[in-house]
Design a protein around this ligand. Structure first.
Ligand SMILES: Cc1cc2nc3c(=O)[nH]c(=O)nc-3n(C[C@H](O)[C@H](O)[C@H](O)COP(=O)(O)O)c2cc1C
Length: 324
């Protein structure tokens, strides 16, 4: 059977198993919509504060909005209190998410010191209480968790953590097999994903070091996970989804040509400008454009000009010699 396959998460049926991971500062609805156009089967918002949702919901509105072509999406929430997480989950139901995902992996001290994010991987009992409260609040919408391998190398506890979450009602577990101490450094340990995939009664989604279609094929094959989540590998590269699907279905794929990458990057800028206003979008796009250019040969000079562009007209001028 092909490694590209449908996946069932509780009551949620998805036609394929190539996901866009939650990535704060990148996976806004504009980028999510481009990834869906280019073959992503499912998308996640970035982590959204449950405390902000109940105290200052207007601050979270822009993060919660769904893209027009986003028929099904997951909203990811973070927090340390079962009651607050349950209340926040109820609030976001008005956006009609297909899945509520609980962040138990964020390593940022501002988050972990409150007992949220990766602190929950270090505290499976509290994670279970949160899952249970959120499941109760949003049934029949399925609830998933995204965990790390453990707090640090001396406390690898993904098995305990995943078991606690599933027992409390989680319908999927996503694992980024690095510890909180590793943050995003070093190599992710895919053996941990294989462990969970072999044991859990619910689907396991794998994350970590997925940069190419071949990486995704290898993770699916080596670990037996049900789905893969592209994170840094999708930044400036929404094409990776259709390329991966092609590789999994036919054994081959073509890389998106230079002109298509630039055309998509420019469209990304225009869409972001409608969303945020031109000035803010142009600033945001500096980092994003650089990500699109990574795969383009001889892009250094172009990159140097683009990071100075202050408005869309300047972007257009810099790109005028590229016929897209
Ligand atoms: C800048 C950045 C922001 C991230 N934000 C989130 C987030 O909001 N929620 C989450 O669960 N994971 C977040 N992650 C983790 C990714 O979803 C993913 O699990 C991790 O980057 C490993 O995959 P990779 O090695 O393929 O990038 C973030 C990662 C990065 C680099």
């Amino acid at each position: 059977m092909s490694l590209y396959k449908p996946i069932q998460i509780g009551s949620l049926s998805l036609s394929g198993n190539l996901f866009l991971a939650p990535v704060a500062g990148y996976t806004d609805r504009v980028f999510r919509s481009l990834c869906l156009e280019k073959g992503a089967n499912f998308t996640f918002t970035e982590l959204i504060s449950s405390e902000a949702l109940i105290r200052a919901p207007w601050r979270t509105e822009v993060l919660l909005r769904r893209a027009e072509n986003e028929k099904q999406y997951a909203i990811q929430l973070f927090g340390a209190s079962p009651e607050v997480m349950a209340a926040a989950a109820k609030i976001v139901l008005s956006y009609k998410p297909a899945l509520i995902d609980i962040n138990a992996g964020c390593p940022v001290p501002k988050v972990t010191k409150t007992g949220a994010g990766a602190a929950l991987t270090g505290n499976p009992a509290q994670l279970a209480r949160i899952v249970s409260a959120v499941v109760k609040a949003v049934t029949p919408i399925p609830v998933s968790v995204k965990i790390r391998s453990g707090w640090d190398a001396h406390s690898i506890n993904y098995n305990e953590c995943a078991d606690a979450a599933v027992e409390a009602g989680a319908a999927m577990v996503s694992l980024h097999p690095r510890t909180r101490a590793q943050a995003y450094e070093g190599k992710s340990d895919w053996r941990h994903i294989a462990d969970l995939a072999a044991r859990l009664p619910v689907p396991v989604s794998g994350s970590g070091d997925l940069y190419t279609p071949q990486d995704a094929a290898r993770m699916l094959k080596e670990t037996g996970c049900a789905a893969v989540m592209f994170a840094r590998g999708a930044m400036g590269n929404p094409f990776v989804f259709e390329e991966t699907r092609s590789l999994l279905l036919t054994g081959a794929h073509e890389s998106a040509p230079y002109t298509e990458r630039l055309r998509t990057a420019f469209r990304h800028l225009e869409l972001l400008s409608q969303e945020l206003g031109e000035k803010k979008a142009c600033l945001e796009m500096r980092k994003v454009f650089c990500a699109y250019l990574k795969a383009c040969p001889g892009a250094a000079a172009l990159r140097n000009s683009l990071v100075r562009a202050a408005n869309i007209a300047e972007y257009r001028l810099i790109l005028k010699d590229f016929s897209f």
